[in-house]
Design a protein around this ligand. Structure first.
Ligand code: GLC
Length: 543
């Protein structure tokens, strides 16, 4: 089974850099297929007009392959089929056609590191030590009788849960970096590589334009499976329990980078784009770019989600240091949140901060990725223990995964009023929903829409130029626009009004295009000498 034809359009590097991406977490987006309380593909089709109107170019959908859903689809039972919870192949094709008809593109999640333990390959692999699929996974005998092969731990367990599970049938252990229901594939086996490559190509034959590559760093392990050293900086109760060891062997192997790049190059050869989920340093990400043959595969940039304190000085440093490490043409996929992290409004602490972050995200030279609900300012929802789903310790991720809030009817328009949503709808849905915000000229949704359209219609790709305004609370930079225009972006991270030394700016005055509160006078010319920035307010000026 191999991808046969190359029927996809070819997109230039430039055109991918121009795009904006919207992440759909399908189980929570919109339900139309039935009343099972789960979102589905029909629900997505119905909302394509909304997304097009918002200014989205690429629809990225978290996994929709058949799956026992132990990890919401990141445990794949069959890479070739559609999960009946979400629809079927016919509906999928309709979805793709409807996306392409609107000149939008579709991105799928690809999960190379592990399958479900229900996948036919794993069932075969388990069957006997000499099964032809045995080496498709990592099987090992104990170090000594009754002792795990090494001290590796899995990512999800709160304590130090082993990454090895003993299987009575053949009296060996198999490796799982995540749940025990997600055995890791053996990417040192060329048969696995070949099969996974052909699956990717098959989805391209099915007209998929792009991929997000899940947990790319894990695919290659150290060939000798050595124990990992304890992390001397780990303090119990702080940080993630998984950080108790330094993961020198279970992930992040240089050979893994190459394997990841091969996936991206395969897709890039056909004009498709791919982005890799790799939580690594800026330097390591820069290395990954250099392995991309077509400039069409790129590591996700999680700098604004993790490890960066939300203040102008630090944000500026992180962003501009990163640009300095890269080539000008490198495409940076830049999310503010996703299904694994706190929602941006919750993380940064307020709706105003979330507005500021959106303006930053949309005015940088990057491909913005909007996680569903960010555009209406959705916040984390506390989930009572009896309604929790996420297998990750401490129920870290359910709060960001609650149903999309479409309107003020029961179940927020997510599903039928008589259905029971799989996770509860957030408490603020009556006010904070798409229907309300579409009517409100100052809503978060209006801001997102205006920013997305501004970015698309006015900005030219090209790195921003930082402006030093001698004020640590203000981040300032310029961007080039169409027709020789130049824009100045000013972002005030503080809770107080701020002024700037106007002689440091590239112009004396500017005409206001957009501000985060949407309450300032647009198109009016402001003299920067008399101008002060409102608390937590961002501005785009035409110079
Ligand atoms: C990725 C996904 C996450 C999943 C994990 C294991 O990090 O984003 O949701 O649980 O991979 O597949």
């Amino acid at each position: 089974m191999a991808g046969q034809k190359t029927t996809n359009k070819t997109y230039s590097n430039y055109s991918w850099r121009d795009k904006s991406i919207y992440q759909i977490y399908p189980r929570s987006f919109h339900a139309r297929l039935n009343k099972d309380g789960n979102g589905d593909l029909l629900g997505i089709i119905e909302k394509l007009d909304y997304l097009q109107d918002l200014g989205i170019d690429v629809i990225y959908i978290s996994p929709i392959y058949t799956s026992p859903m132990k990890d919401n689809g990141y445990d794949v039972e069959n890479y070739l089929e559609i999960n009946p919870m979400f629809g079927n192949m016919q509906i999928f094709k309709r979805l793709v056609d409807n996306i392409h008809k609107r000149n939008m593109l579709i991105m799928m999640d690809f999960i190379p590191n592990h399958t479900s333990n229900q996948h036919a390959w794993f069932r075969e692999s388990r069957a006997s030590k000499n099964n032809p699929k045995r080496n498709w996974y990592h099987w090992h005998g104990g170090k000594t009788e009754g002792k795990k092969p090494n001290n590796w731990i899995n990512v999800f367990d709160n304590t130090t849960g082993s990454a090895w599970t003993y299987d009575k049938k053949t009296e060996e252990y198999y490796l799982h970096s995540f749940l025990k229901e997600q055995p890791d594939l053996n990417w040192d086996n060329p048969e696995v590589v070949k099969e996974m490559h052909s699956i990717l190509m098959l989805w391209m034959d099915r007209k998929v334009d792009a991929f997000r590559i899940d947990v790319g760093l894990y695919i290659i392990k150290h060939p000798k499976y050595p124990d990992e050293p304890l992390n001397p900086d780990y303090i119990e109760g702080q940080g993630h329990p998984n950080e108790i060891y330094i993961h020198l062997a279970s992930k992040d192997q240089p050979r893994g980078f190459k394997k990841l790049a091969d996936l991206g190059n395969l897709v890039g050869k056909r004009g498709g784009f791919s982005m890799q989920e790799v939580y690594v340093s800026a330097e390591e990400r820069a290395m990954l770019y250099r392995l991309s043959e077509h400039g069409l595969s790129a590591p996700l940039d999680f700098d604004l989600i993790l490890d960066t304190n939300w203040n102008a000085k630090e944000v500026k440093k992180v962003i501009f240091d990163y640009y300095a490490l890269l080539k000008n043409e490198d495409i940076i996929p830049l999310p503010l949140g996703n299904h694994d992290q706190k929602r941006v409004a919750t993380r940064l602490g307020s709706q105003e901060d979330a507005r500021l972050a959106a303006m930053l995200q949309m005015t940088l030279d990057a491909v913005p990725i909007i996680f569903q609900g960010e555009e209406i300012g959705m916040e984390d929802v506390i989930i009572p223990p009896n309604l929790q789903h996420d297998p990750f310790a401490d129920n870290l991720r359910d709060p960001a995964r609650t149903p999309m809030q479409w309107d003020d009817s029961k179940n927020a328009g997510f599903t039928d009023i008589n259905a029971q949503p799989w996770l509860p709808v957030g408490p603020h849905y009556k006010k904070r929903n798409v229907k309300n915000q579409l009517k409100d000229p100052k809503s978060m949704l209006t801001l997102y829409k205006r920013l997305l359209h501004f970015r698309k219609e006015k900005l030219l790709p090209g790195r921003p130029i930082a402006v030093d305004v001698k004020n640590d609370n203000v981040l300032a930079f310029t961007r080039n626009g169409n027709e020789g225009l130049s824009f100045l972006i000013l972002l005030n991270f503080s809770k107080t009004k701020e002024t700037i030394a106007n002689d440091l700016l590239p112009a004396k005055s500017g005409s206001l295009q957009l501000s985060t509160s949407l309450s300032n006078k647009e198109d009016e010319t402001f003299n920067f000498k008399q101008f002060s920035l409102g608390p937590k307010e961002g501005y785009i000026f035409l110079l």
